[in-house]
Ligand binder design. Structure first.
Ligand code: ADP
Ligand code: MG
Length: 632
């Protein structure tokens, strides 16, 4: 390596400069979080080394006792955090400590408001990693050497947080990383062993390797005795401790660490399973949706450990997609340490762990829904859309998941007052056999759907599904508690079951007979635009509506699929006309065939508009309406 390449000054990436600026110039409410961040990095580095050493024991270089050391020097005003983890080579230092790679940090930057007080609170919550060292230090030095690399490939990185850093190759016999903070004038509080211990116990107690500090020297000790070191934290994996020895604060702090979340979780489940298969799980349901919840392929899901050794992040075999908001740790005693993602895919033990974990999450959600409906409602608002993927994904738990779903309904006609299928069944009318729903592009479109008219007339509740995923979710549900889910907008309705009287039925049949000629004329006018024209049993106010076949997608869903570039075979909708509507009545007596044709198209287009559809030829529609209006 040339001398020039050995020491160079480089610019930070723009985003890093912004971040540093904020760290250095803002006022901070809880700036002690920098220590949590540095310790968390040291702990990650130890996890990585332990994992890599499973393949190559030489990486441990004969020193397998991993630990973190925190020390300070009052005279030099320095604070040092040292680990013997995996370390970094020169390229990695440049990549990790010169740019912002983590999407979470970029998200943080997006959330910045420019209001100092607010933004500094955000830092306290997010942490934003290594760079938070500059909250308390005006100069940071990092010394590191990657595990397995020769001593001459050590790296020294140094920055005053002013837009540049200096990087240099140095000799470094010890493996791992040492971060040395030159503390700012006003950061004296961190040159105090008691204060540091208190911070470590508050934020880092759950870290599962020892965090050591030099023992405090007491005045009455023998002069020549070297001060030893003591372990400050509990230093065992939090999830391995008995439940009754873990405080809520500790559970919460651990959650923030594993989930990279700054808010408290909604709840947690801690279980130890022993028997022919032993494992421990500590699972959390967050309160807040992570920014990447909708990306089905990312997220810090559940971490897999084997015998306390971290194996992988986001092990998606441990949790189905529809529970991808769940965070936490599963630690197996039986899996091989060299387990890979491929092995996990076909592993019966993993399948069993997953099934049991899913069951625990569903149990917990049911309990919450039952005992604390308001908190459940908050959960539903945040994660309901993800849970709706459940019936399609998890056949075995379909009924249980269905019980957890919530829908808006004509019971209240309010978008936020949702009901469960159980509530619905409790309100079903005598003789009503099915659970009715209507799907549309939005809540309002669903609430005002012409398909609801007859249901409103008979006082029958209908679920209002205004979310595009709803149609897909219910199509996988089909039934709940023995009751079929039936779309109010599809197929032919059976009036009798909706509580219609014998009289209604008779008058319906009469109307059908009387309107037969009109139906035929409309049919002829519309040609192959429709499957059929028929007399409606669903309308009380609107003159006409479009109805798709019982096994077809709703029109809103059809449009969505087409827009997304998924053409699919679909039949044409049928046009239903309201025999009691004045327009239909008038049409019956019209003998001008050209005008009947005009009307037929207007009725069809109106019905299409009511379904939220787009007219094929809007100009023709306007022309026809105007021509009809002009004739009045
Ligand atoms: P994060 O920890 O969320 O990735 P940080 O800003 O805290 O973000 O750290 C950035 C990266 O720097 C880490 O991902 C890691 O690769 C590297 N790093 C930081 N500290 C250490 C350390 N003590 N040992 C090894 N690598 C480290
Ligand atoms: Mg970090």
């Amino acid at each position: 390596m040339s001398v020039a390449a050995q020491k160079e000054t480089r610019e930070f990436q723009t985003e890093v400069r912004q971040l540093l600026d904020l760290m250095i110039h803002s006022l901070y409410s809880n700036r002690e979080i920098f220590l949590r961040e540095l310790i968390s990095n040291a702990s990650d580095a130890a996890d990585k080394l332990r994992f890599q050493a499973l393949q190559d024991e030489n990486l441990l270089e004969g020193d397998g006792e991993l630990a973190i050391h925190v020390s300070y020097d009052k005279d030099a005003r320095t604070l040092t955090v040292r680990d013997n983890g995996v370390g970094m080579n020169r390229d990695e230092v440049q990549e990790n400590l010169g740019t912002i790679a983590r999407s979470g940090t970029r998200e943080f930057l997006k959330q910045l408001s420019g209001d100092q007080a607010k933004d500094s609170r955000l830092i306290g919550q997010f942490g934003v990693g290594f760079y938070s060292a500059f909250i308390v230090a005006d100069h940071v030095t990092v010394l590191t050497r990657k595990a397995g690399a020769p001593a001459v490939e050590g790296v020294r990185w140094e920055s005053a947080g002013d837009g540049q850093y200096v990087i240099e190759t140095v000799e470094r016999p010890q493996r791992g990383t040492e971060v040395i903070l030159q503390l700012k004038e006003d950061a004296d509080e961190f040159l105090d062993g008691y204060r540091l211990r208190q911070i470590i116990r508050t934020y880092s107690d759950h870290i599962d390797l020892p965090i050591r500090m030099p023992e405090e020297a007491h005045g009455d000790e023998e002069q020549d005795k070297e001060p030893g070191e003591e372990t400050v934290n509990k230093a065992n994996a939090l999830w391995m401790r008995p439940k009754n020895e873990i405080s809520d604060e500790q559970y919460i702090e651990f959650y923030k660490h594993v989930a990279h979340d700054f808010e408290e979780p909604l709840c947690w489940m801690h279980n130890k399973v022993e028997g022919n298969q032993s494992y421990t799980s500590l699972l959390y349901i967050p309160r807040r949706a992570p920014f990447d919840l909708w990306d089905r392929d990312t997220g810090h899901g559940v971490k897999l450990y084997v015998k306390r050794v971290f194996i992988m992040d986001d092990a998606d075999q441990l949790m189905p997609r529809y529970l991808r908001f769940v965070r936490g740790v599963i630690d197996s005693d039986d899996l091989p340490l060299n387990v890979s993602r491929e092995i996990l895919q076909h592993n019966r033990q993993i399948d069993r762990i997953r099934a049991a974990s899913v069951k625990r999450v569903l149990d917990q959600l049911e309990k919450l829904a039952d005992k604390e409906p308001e908190r459940y409602a908050d959960f539903w608002k945040t994660f309901g859309r993800v849970l709706k993927e459940g019936p399609a994904e998890d056949f075995g738990n379909r009924e249980r998941i269905a019980g957890l779903l919530r829908f808006a309904s004509t019971h209240s006609d309010q978008p936020d007052e949702t009901v469960s299928l159980k509530d619905y069944i409790g309100r079903m009318k005598d003789g009503q056999e099915a659970i009715y729903y209507v799907t549309a592009d939005s809540f309002n479109a669903a609430r005002n759907s012409p398909h609801l008219e007859v249901f409103r007339k008979h006082g029958i509740e209908v679920l209002l599904l205004g979310d595009p995923v709803d149609e897909w979710a219910v199509s996988h549900l089909q039934e709940f508690d023995g009751k079929r889910l039936v779309s109010a907008a599809k197929g032919e309705l059976d009036l009798e079951k909706l509580g219609a009287s014998e009289e209604d039925k008779a008058s319906q049949e009469q109307a059908e007979e009387a309107l037969k000629p009109l139906v035929e004329r409309l049919q002829k006018a519309l040609g192959d635009k429709v499957e059929a024209v028929r007399i409606s049993r669903r309308l009380t106010d609107s003159p006409a509506c479009l109805v798709v076949g019982e096994h077809e997608f709703a029109l809103s869903m059809q449009r969505m699929l087409k827009a997304a570039g998924h053409p699919f075979p679909s039949g044409k909708p049928s046009l239903e006309v309201n025999p009691d509507h004045v327009l239909v009545e008038r049409l019956r007596n019209l003998d001008d065939e050209a005008r009947v044709e005009e009307w037929a198209h207007v009725l069809y287009d109106q019905a299409l508009l009511m379904e939220g559809g787009q007219l094929e030829d809007p100009a023709a529609f306007v022309q026809r309406v105007n021509s009809l209006l002009a004739r009045e």
